[in-house]
Design a protein around this ligand. Structure first.
Ligand code: KIV
Length: 268
């Protein structure tokens, strides 16, 4: 996958993106033929147990990005820019975006609308591919609240304006998070770059879901937009219970799992 191919998919083929944070998950995602992998700053919640994405930094993100690229060397990987890695100064933002690319990502993603467009334009001019992210932007939840965006005319206009200014700044795609379906449709139809929705309805050019959410590992997270494809938490729990029982009952390890078993032992 390349940016050229991603752009060509618009109006031809829907784009499937998921998040991943580690080597084996990335390997599974690549084996499944996923179009794009996002190493999201949602790692803060699902990998590190924090209550928000504000608490993750560059150091941790770089570890996750390196692991994912090792597991999925042939898949287009996007690395999220964590909170305060691009807000403080333009030079810091460009340096951090560069570190994310050096860690193996093929592009970076950052949150924000028209106010980040000048920064995005600088990055793109320096050869850094950027994915935008508007609507509900989790890094600013303390300011904007956790709710869908685009319900009022003012919000709708701001979102459309932001999407257009990001496209003009040079992003190759935009994530629309928790944007009302009519507004997400309007944005998608106004842009020549693909939109990737999460909780933004059916008309985006692609969709993204978080690994732990769609695989049912994040048991207590059940927003309306989520579809679970596995009951991961229960399946993992059952496997651990079975292993634990086998150990306690002397069923594991059996003779097949043993190097040089004791001769004459009648244990299986
Ligand atoms: O961090 C993340 O996982 C994201 C997706 C929800 C788009 O930004």
């Amino acid at each position: 996958m390349s940016i050229k191919k991603i752009l060509k998919m618009k109006n031809k083929e829907k784009i499937a993106m998921i998040t991943a944070y580690d080597y084996i998950s990335a390997k599974i995602a690549e084996a499944a033929g996923i179009d794009l992998i996002l190493v999201g700053d949602s790692a803060s919640n699902v990998m590190l147990g924090n209550e928000d994405t504000v608490k993750i930094g560059m150091e941790e993100m770089l570890i996750f990005i390196k692991a994912v690229k090792k597991g999925a060397p042939n898949t287009f990987v996007i690395g999220d820019m964590p909170f305060l890695s691009y807000q403080v100064s333009e030079s810091e933002a460009i340096k951090n975006a560069g570190l994310i690319l050096k860690a193996g990502a093929d592009a970076v993603k950052l949150e924000g609308g028209k106010h980040v467009a000048p920064l995005v334009n600088k990055m793109v001019n320096y050869g850094i591919p950027v994915m935008g992210h508007i609507g509900f932007t989790p890094q600013s939840y303390k300011q904007i609240g956790i709710s869908s965006k685009g319900k009022s005319k003012t919000e709708e206009e701001l979102l459309i304006e932001s999407a257009i200014s990001l496209e003009e700044a040079g992003v190759f795609s935009i994530v629309l998070e928790m944007v009302t379906e009519p507004v997400a449709k309007k944005i998608t139809e106004s842009l020549s770059i693909p939109t990737i929705g999460i909780g933004a309805g059916r008309f985006c050019d692609g969709q993204v879901l978080v690994w732990h959410d769609f695989l049912g590992l994040n048991k207590d997270f059940e927003p309306k937009f989520l579809k679970r494809y596995l009951n991961g938490f229960e399946l993992f729990k059952e496997a651990i219970e079975n292993y634990s029982k086998d150990v306690k009952n002397g069923i594991f390890p059996s003779v097949e799992n043993v190097f040089n078993p004791v001769e004459g032992s009648d244990q299986k």
